[in-house]
Design a binder for this molecule. Structure first.
Ligand code: F6P
Length: 491
């Protein structure tokens, strides 16, 4: 936190994201405040608390607009306000075009290798352009100088950096792309590839999770735009604007905010088991995801099935608790996926159930972070099997929750987190037998080995926490700002 303050030297920042960090919902005669399931919010919220300023977001979850209208400018967090949340309201048509359509049926499958075909509609694109412009205008209105520091989040706003740059040429614009960046061939199928790239190159800094995604981006720009690329400094210059392309692996808050409110690991273990009617020594696996086809939930269930087939002694003695937060449910691909997950869980449960016990406990509902952390603490193994994932913060959250240095992480090699958490059991989620074997190995791992692995992963997450993530970007931005001021003085 202190590093952030030093970099900003009293400056207030403006964050732009689609997802809002708090959801105000009308429940009978009171307003309930929830936290959405979003890696982006998990990471950026503590940074915003530390820096203060304004967070501009789409008021998507705060659905009952009539009642929450007065919450379009609100100080948050509700219990201890530290920054301002400025909501932008969209009509259903705008949300369908910009968010569901272009961002989630187009860019999301374009950037993730999950073999779901992207859909590009001209009407969605037009909506995406218009909404990017509306958010860019809001940034300009919220800025209290001609050179604000603006943090742009994710694939919903690829055009916004260019739009803000046009209105505020001296702004420092840091754009972070929270999902993978594909290779030039894959990206090239997008009918508006040049427009998207030009928009992103309005940024001062463009951040990705891994050097591999940076490399893909540089190659994509090289293929489709006229620019000058300096590979040594990882910069792209286009029409007098210089963009640094750098990897900044995202992380979580350390120490985690919820830590002091949570019961001990022992208590969580016994409470979670008691709530499910399971005996104290019952083995538990945990999966926590938005119910998204990129998360490898079907592959995870098949791995559990295979493990029970190969190790019948675990039948009746192991349960995978799968928290699946409903997400983007208006889209057909997500409805189909939700049904596939439900049906596979039913089939596997029917195959193995004994009395009241079933191997998969599927919870398709929203859980607040405190509840999720109780499950992390109760589990013997956390299973992350994403088919493709920018970072995956569930892996880091699980590690942070295990102050007892017990529990094992099984982690997909196709996540950004696998490049950092080397002491996890790394798997290819498409290889069902390998994943089954890793879960079994986790359940039979000696305590000493668990402790060694968990200790070293905890040190990494502690040292490379989310303040370090934001601090590194702001430090690079501060250097660039200084250099530009100097150049302007020299003329
Ligand atoms: O972390 C990737 C991400 O797409 C974020 O941009 C987003 O907030 C999160 O996943 C959840 O998705 P959504 O905001 O569409 O619910």
């Amino acid at each position: 936190r202190s590093l952030l303050h030093k970099q900003l030297a009293g400056e207030r920042i403006i964050v732009v994201s689609n997802r809002e960090p708090y959801i105000h919902l009308k429940k009978e005669d009171r307003i309930e405040v929830n936290r959405p399931a979003s890696g982006l919010v998990t990471a950026v919220e503590p940074v915003m608390r530390a820096c203060s300023g304004t967070w501009i977001a789409h008021g998507s979850g705060s659905a009952d607009r009539e009642t929450v209208d007065r919450h379009d400018r609100v100080a948050v967090p509700p219990d201890h306000p530290e920054y301002r949340l400025r909501r932008i309201w969209l009509t259903t048509e705008e949300e369908n075009g910009y968010y569901y359509g272009f961002a989630n049926e187009g860019l999301w499958p374009l950037c993730h290798i999950a073999h779901v075909r992207p859909i590009f509609r001209t009407s969605d694109w037009q909506s995406y352009v218009a909404i990017n412009q509306r958010f860019a205008d809001a940034v300009v209105r919220e800025a209290d100088s001609d050179d604000p520091v603006v943090l742009v989040q994710d694939y919903h706003f690829a055009l916004l950096p260019g739009m803000v740059r046009a209105a505020l040429p001296k702004a420092t614009i840091i754009t972070f792309w929270h999902i993978p960046w594909p290779n030039p061939e894959s990206f090239g199928i997008c009918p508006w590839r040049e427009e998207l790239l030009r928009g992103m190159l309005g940024s001062t800094i463009l951040g990705f999770h891994t050097p591999f995604h940076c490399k893909n981006f540089l190659e994509t720009v090289d293929r489709y735009l006229e620019t000058r690329i300096e590979h040594e400094s990882s910069t792209i210059s286009r029409r007098g604007n210089l963009t640094l392309v750098e990897s900044y692996p995202i992380s979580i808050q350390w120490p985690p905010a919820w830590e002091k409110n949570l019961p001990s690991v022992e208590q969580c273990r016994s409470e979670v088991r008691a709530a499910l009617g399971l005996p104290v020594h019952h083995r538990i696996g945990i999966g926590v995801d938005r119910q998204d086809y990129t998360k490898g939930i079907l592959e995870r269930f098949r791995a559990v099935e295979k493990m029970l087939e190969l190790h019948p002694e675990l039948v009746g003695n192991f349960t995978l608790i799968q928290i699946a937060a409903p997400t983007r449910s208006a889209l057909e691909d997500y409805q189909t996926f939700e049904a596939q997950v439900r049906n596979l869980a039913i089939r596997i449960n029917q195959r193995f159930s004994r009395g009241n016990w079933q191997p998969i406990c599927l919870k398709v509902e929203h859980h607040e972070p405190e509840q999720v952390n109780r499950y992390y603490r109760a589990a013997d193994v956390c299973v992350v099997t994403s088919l493709h994932d920018g970072m995956n913060l569930v892996a880091k959250e699980f590690v942070a929750a295990r102050e007892d240095e017990r529990g094992v992480l099984v982690l997909s090699q196709f996540t950004g987190a696998a490049h950092e958490l080397h002491e996890s059991l790394i798997v290819n989620p498409y290889h069902i037998e390998q994943t089954a074997d890793a879960i079994h190995r986790a359940l039979t791992m000696p305590e000493e080995e668990q402790r060694e692995r968990m200790h070293s992963m905890r040190m990494l997450v502690r040292d490379f926490n989310v303040y370090r993530w934001a601090g590194r970007m702001l430090l690079d931005a501060a250097r660039i700002r200084q250099r530009e001021k100097l150049a302007a003085r020299i003329g």
